[in-house]
Design a protein around this ligand. Structure first.
Ligand SMILES: Cc1ncc(COP(=O)(O)O)c(C=O)c1O
Length: 388
């Protein structure tokens, strides 16, 4: 990749392919013209295919959090009973947004580092008054844990009161198996800087029929994020407000590349890389946070050794050109997080693990960067057959 000054392994933004960078550097166009209409149409249609939906996909200018807010305010009314399934800091954020707009929020809280258990959720839903909506994070970026979304969706679909299922798919969509229509997801959001391989700036919302219908009676206040307004302009191939045109240029290329690769192959590539990263982390004598059955395909979190000084370690890795993320909220200083989504291959990952190992060794840890990098490659090779 051109101009890779650093190995950027945060869980978003992610390094973007040269073709995306070139696309994003193009001259501006009129966002009320035919060229833009085609850009919007092609990108939304490609995303719909990748997300597994026949329904509308809206492209809104903003970050993922904006899309979470849009999902809430376009489907709910103040006072609505809402259940937020939270397994980490992004689930907590979803709850905070719904609370800020006046929903009556209950939390189905799961210990950080674990996934939500479908049977426990079923039991909870059967034991209380019906909810208007259930909000779930697909891939909890703060802990590196993937929820069993297909099973959770099945439980929500069968719940009393037929609540809407609204999903934060921000850091999993595109990279991990996801079938919006087949699983019965009513609304899912994502953002351009994740597996889609573009810069930050475009929020993605796929809106099913039931979510769209809920919008007709939803009374939460909204203006910038009003889906009905966006829908009325989308019909003309436009957005209501001036869009992040450059990011859309990039997103079109990122989406095109994923379509060319094919969903199953993209998912298999991410799964193979994720297990290779876990092998590398374990070879460095670090312990992954997520239980094996619920490991994320896009971000791996590992415990820092007891008493280890994250700040100094992180600074040393950055001097070596490796940029990873630390823990969030109550896990700040306790874990490290390693992103592997989008334009990611095994070379960058084994290199990153080597650099991490060399830095760990400098801090007196029993880690050998080179042999851990070999472990990454070996683990990848053993699963790569399914990727080719
Ligand atoms: C699962 C999840 N939800 C929400 C967000 C927030 O997205 P943004 O930072 O684009 O607002 C992120 C970003 O990392 C995320 O991973």
């Amino acid at each position: 990749m051109r101009g890779m000054e650093q190995n950027l392994r945060t869980p978003g933004p992610t390094p973007i392919p040269d073709a995306v960078r070139d696309a994003q550097a193009q001259q501006m166009i009129d966002h009320r013209g035919t060229e833009f209409a085609e850009l919007l149409r092609e990108t939304s249609a490609g995303l719909a295919e990748l997300i597994g939906t026949q329904h509308e996909v809206m492209l809104l200018t903003g970050s993922g959090t904006g899309a979470l807010e849009a999902a809430v305010v376009n489907t709910l009314s103040p006072g609505d009973r809402v259940l937020v399934v939270t397994i980490g800091s992004f689930g907590d954020r979803f709850a905070q947004i719904a609370t800020a707009f006046g929903a009556s929020v209950e939390r189905f809280e799961v210990e950080w580092g674990q996934a939500a258990d479908p049977a426990a959720l079923r039991e909870h839903l059967a034991s209380t008054e019906p909810y208007g909506a259930v909000l779930v994070t697909h891939n909890e970026t703060s802990t590196g844990v993937a929820n069993p979304l297909r099973e959770l969706a099945e439980v929500v679909r069968a719940a009393p009161g037929d609540p809407l299922l609204i999903v934060d798919g921000i850091s999993g969509l595109g990279a991990m198996p996801f079938e919006m229509d087949a699983w019965g997801v009513d609304l899912v959001v994502s953002a351009s800087q994740k597996a889609w391989m573009a810069s930050p700036g475009i929020a993605i919302a796929a809106i099913g029929e039931r979510a769209r219908a809920a919008g007709e009676t939803a009374r939460m206040p909204r203006y910038y994020w009003d889906f009905a307004e966006a829908r009325s302009w989308a019909g003309k191939g436009q957005t209501p407000w001036t869009p992040a045109i450059a990011v859309l240029y990039g997103l079109r290329v990122g989406v095109g590349r994923l379509r060319e690769e094919g969903r199953e192959r993209t998912w298999a590539r991410h799964a193979a890389i994720a297990s290779a990263v876990v092998a590398g982390i374990e070879a460095l004598s670090l312990r992954p946070v997520a239980p094996p059955a619920h490991r994320s395909g896009t971000v791996t979190a590992a415990w820092l050794p007891d008493g280890f000084e994250w700040g100094a370690f992180n600074a040393r890795m950055r001097e070596r050109g490796l940029v990873i993320a630390g823990g969030q909220g109550k896990w700040s200083g306790k874990i490290l997080r390693f992103g592997h989504m989008g334009d990611v291959g095994i070379d960058e990952m084994s290199d990153a693990v080597r650099l991490m190992g060399e830095s760990l060794a400098e801090f007196g840890m029993p880690a050998d960067g080179s042999s851990a990098a070999d472990a990454v490659r070996r683990a990848f090779e053993s699963t790569a057959a399914s990727v080719r």
